[in-house]
Design a protein around this ligand. Structure first.
Ligand SMILES: C[S@@+](CC[C@H](N)C(=O)[O-])C[C@H]1O[C@@H](n2cnc3c(N)ncnc32)[C@H](O)[C@@H]1O
Length: 419
């Protein structure tokens, strides 16, 4: 049964915002939708601004805190080992999130509406349990700060899977891992890294930084290929910076390409970008050679968990090898089209070495261009703010930003030059 149908029967006992949030969380949980797309769907658009706000807060908050909420709720269940039906678990999480994290929501509304959601979703037998558990939660003491906290406990407290945070602690150190987790739990903030925002596409600063680096790497480029381009943020930065270049923006997904084309049509300066559906792994999918190629490969997205909170619930350790195999194929295909003396930027929004350093380590026939010089160029050209301190975002000549450590999402980028 769909939540919208639930709302349509008789007098609605659940507010439109909670009903919409419940429905979206159910779709995300069953793998049939993405929070970002669903929160921008026609149905959510019909809600009042206040309801839309609460719906977004609930969806993003529950997805960000789900692991911590479940841990807290387990301690209050009579049979914690028993798996709850998905709608019951969602109603409980929504109630617990409102009670623990939202101080402007009255406790009775959070509690009663969770009970009602559970009933209306076809689980009336569990309504009493939901009521009792949420009541216990309101009167239970907040857990105190532990004297020693393991990385697994830190991960749980900050709503992340232990395996992911253990990897980050091993690669970046425990302090950085904690900063990443804390940043993932916050709303993404407004950009601060650049001197100018008015005329630029709305995007995360880390993503823009990769595109600015690419433009600085080949300011005289005549032919540019953005080979994994959709939704087109980096292409737009390239179009702004490289006014004389002809630009091809391609993507393997026809649907994503169509949305990107529509986005470009609304912007004068993007008119000259040629959009094509193409598999970058297949070097014959585009013609000729390019002086600049941006290969912003599809990846796990672990550097973007604040904006994409459900990634942490879906991603499995084994996915990283699959991602890496795809990234190697895309990079290999793109490199075949790089002109002599031309430059290629390989980037991901992943924090995982398998998708970053390990993908680029085996590349031959090109030299690495250290990013320090390009960052210096961005400073000299007053594109970066003076205080945008990025020294710590350079590792072995590559860009490596970390959420919470740097004021942007986590991005990796290396620059190659065809020798
Ligand atoms: C990280 S996103 C690109 C983001 C984009 N560069 C931006 O800044 O807005 C990766 C894109 O690669 C596309 N993709 C995946 N496999 C591909 C392939 N083999 N060839 C071309 N594009 C591919 C996906 O459809 C997705 O749109």
């Amino acid at each position: 049964m769909s939540g919208w149908e639930m709302g349509g029967r008789g007098t609605p006992k659940v507010s439109p915002s909670r009903l919409a949030a419940f429905e979206i969380l159910a779709a995300v949980g069953s793998g049939t939708g993405h929070s970002d797309e669903l929160l921008h769907s026609k149905h959510v658009d019909t809600l009042s601004p206040e309801d839309r706000n609460l719906c977004t807060t609930l969806v993003m908050g529950v997805l960000r805190w789900q692991i911590a909420l479940d841990a807290r709720l387990r301690g209050l269940l009579q049979r914690p080992e028993q798996r709850l039906a998905d709608p019951v678990a969602i109603a409980l999480r929504m109630g617990a999130f409102q009670l623990l994290y939202l101080d402007r929501v009255p406790a009775h509304a959070a509690l009663n509406e969770s009970v009602e959601l559970c009933r209306e979703a076809g689980h009336p037998y569990a309504a009493g349990m939901v009521n009792a558990v949420l009541r216990k939660l309101t009167s239970s003491k907040k857990p105190g700060a532990p004297i020693y906290e393991s990385v697994a406990a830190l991960a749980e407290r900050l709503g992340h899977p232990a395996w992911l945070v253990e990897r980050w602690a091993a690669v970046y150190g425990r302090e950085a891992a904690q900063m990443i987790c804390e940043a993932d739990q916050r709303e993404p903030s407004e950009g601060k890294m650049f001197t100018e925002y008015d005329d630029m596409p709305v995007m995360d600063d880390g993503s823009r930084l990769v595109a600015e680096l690419a433009a600085a790497a080949a300011p005289e480029a005549k032919r540019v290929w953005d080979c994994c381009a959709a939704p087109g943020g980096k292409t737009l930065v390239l179009a702004k910076r490289l006014a004389a270049a002809s630009i091809i923006a391609s993507d393997v997904s026809a649907k994503r390409l169509a949305a990107m084309k529509a986005r470009f049509r609304r912007l004068d300066f993007a008119e000259r970008i040629e959009c094509v559906v193409a598999d970058a792994a297949d070097a014959d999918s585009v013609q000729g050679e390019f002086n600049l190629i941006v290969c912003d490969a599809p990846c796990s997205g672990t550097g973007t968990l604040a904006a994409n909170p459900e990634i942490r619930h879906r991603l499995q350790p084994a996915d990283l090898a699959r991602q890496a195999a795809r990234q190697r194929m895309v990079l290999k295909g793109a490199l075949r089209r790089l002109a002599s003396g031309g430059r290629l930027v390989y980037s991901t929004c992943s924090l995982e070495p398998e998708e970053c350093e390990q993908v680029v380590s085996g590349v031959t026939g090109v030299r690495r261009v250290p990013v320090e010089g390009l960052l210096g160029e961005l400073n000299r050209n007053r594109i970066l703010q003076d205080e945008a301190s990025l020294e710590s975002a350079v590792r072995d000549g590559a860009l490596r930003t970390l959420p919470g450590v740097h004021e942007c999402d986590g991005f990796f980028a290396v620059v190659f030059e065809r020798t």
